[in-house]
Design a protein around this ligand. Structure first.
Ligand SMILES: [Zn+2]
Length: 471
């Protein structure tokens, strides 16, 4: 027990001293430490999901070594009495902050804004989010991911999708040949998934998906606007996942149960899964009503000061707002709930995703809001937990590694004070998190969060979205 206390102190100090202390953080990879959680109730999230009461879980070398087996000598004990152990959560729709160039270029210039990767990833860790799906991958995200993998930063697993759009700006392809070549290049560069976007023309969209199938890359994305009126044509083989419920509402002007049912059938028949992303529109509607909804977020103080500035001074949802626009957003919210009900009835697999990084949607914290909204839309707490653990792991094809609490899986785990099957809000009552076998206690999380809030407050005056071109 004494050793455990020293360890906690050691880890806490490391996090607080941040970058200067990277070398000692490296030494503390916890790899040789064996943890034992005693007397804990496991919600394994396996198919039958039978709760294992008062269990003993041993964690060693990043993995779950055993459940209800002997306790190794010298194990660091974590008391799980009256607590609940679930798999780490997966957010299937994020946009991570990483180093970026905000001003004009010259050769050798590089980024002009640098992100502290640990400060950023803390937002996920503090919320038990241990896997994320980055849906606008860029080269900096590979570096960000490597820092986590090599142990310099504690953060979630990150799957990377390369976004392809039509039109003129950004990563674009406007002919089938260009679309295919873009997919092949993304594959060579190391991206694992392709994201299709709104402005693709029909032929290029289909060519991209076909090439992705040849390259064995799964496809997630928007339903291009061009398919409005012929939504069925967008559901081609190998279109793996729709990234927002909003993609369906953009395809119709009739927000009825019948239309929702038709869309659900399209997805079901094509084997396409859906990330409902209900929280996105809920936050957008709030921002269209008032910017106070952003300023008053309890998690706002943890957001990088430049993003704090952007979400206030350049808020696209609040700019030019009107009661008519607010009513429109509200009608979308209602339709998205209908969609979720019909997806459920039709048996379309749904996974949890937030679109975090969009204004007002805070990384990590927002996933708990999404889970609550899915329950409100008619899913059971069990179905919602599946949507944020086992199912997304399956879609990402890493379900042999994560997504359930089972012997041999990586130790991505959340220790909760109360049972989330009883009330989904209990996913927020986090006593500690295992991220790839590294234990971070509530006390450590609180310390790190309070340091981050203070740092952000001190840096606030240095960041103004309107002056970003000067960086
Ligand atoms: Zn997005």
């Amino acid at each position: 027990m004494k050793f455990f206390k020293i360890l906690i102190l050691f880890v806490t100090i490391n996090f607080n001293l941040n970058a200067q202390n990277q070398s000692s953080l490296n030494k503390n990879k916890q790899e040789d430490i064996t943890f034992t959680i005693k007397n804990v109730n496991i919600i394994p999230m396996t198919e039958d999901n039978k709760v294992i009461e008062k269990a003993t879980v041993v964690i060693h070398n990043k993995k779950i070594l055993s459940i209800n087996d002997s306790i190794p000598v010298n194990a660091t004990i974590i008391d799980g009495t009256d607590k609940w152990l679930i798999p780490g959560l997966i957010d299937m729709h994020v946009h991570n902050l990483a180093d970026v160039r905000m001003s004009s270029n010259y050769p050798t210039k590089g980024a002009t804004l640098f992100m502290d990767n640990q400060d950023f990833m803390l937002l996920y860790v503090a919320n038990g989010v241990t896997t994320t799906f980055e849906l606008s991958g860029r080269v900096e995200h590979f570096g960000q991911r490597n820092e986590i993998i090599n142990g310099k930063v504690i953060g979630p697993r990150i799957a990377l999708a390369y976004l392809v759009d039509g039109g003129e700006s950004g990563n674009t392809a406007n002919t089938p040949n260009d679309g295919r070549q873009t997919v092949r290049l993304a594959k060579q560069q190391g991206y694992e998934f392709i994201k299709v976007y709104s402005n693709l023309n029909a032929e290029t969209y289909k060519a991209i998906i076909d090439e992705a199938s040849i390259q064995k890359m799964k496809v997630i994305g928007h339903i291009p606007t061009i398919f409005k009126g012929n939504t069925k044509d967008a559901f081609v083989p190998h279109f793996g996942m729709v990234a927002h419920a909003e993609e369906f509402s953009s395809q119709t002007d009739k927000y009825t149960d019948e239309v929702a049912k038709e869309f659900a059938k399209l997805a079901k028949d094509n084997g396409t899964w859906v990330t409902p992303n209900l929280s996105n529109l809920v936050y957008i509607a709030k921002q269209a009503r008032s910017l106070d909804s952003v300023k008053n977020l309890s998690s706002f103080k943890y957001v990088h000061p430049l993003m704090q500035s952007k979400w206030i001074v350049s808020n696209q949802y609040n700019k030019g707002t009107s009661p008519k626009r607010v009513a429109y957003f509200d009608s979308l919210i209602d339709f998205h709930i209908k969609l979720v009900k019909e997806f459920k009835n039709a048996g379309v697999p749904m996974v949890a995703g937030t679109d975090s990084g969009t204004s007002g949607i805070v990384w990590g914290f927002s996933l708990h809001d999404e889970l609550k909204l899915l329950v409100d839309a008619g899913l059971t707490t069990n179905e919602v937990l599946i949507s944020a653990t086992r199912l997304p792991a399956e879609w990402l094809e890493i379900d042999d590694k994560i997504g359930t609490v089972e012997k041999g899986k990586f130790a991505d785990l959340i220790l909760l004070d109360e049972n989330p099957l009883k009330n989904i809000n209990n996913t927020k009552k986090i006593a500690g998190v295992f991220v790839n076998g590294k234990w971070v206690s509530r006390e450590q999380l609180d310390n790190m969060l309070s340091v981050l809030a203070k740092e952000n407050d001190l840096k606030k005056d240095d960041f103004d979205w309107n002056k970003r071109g000067e960086y």
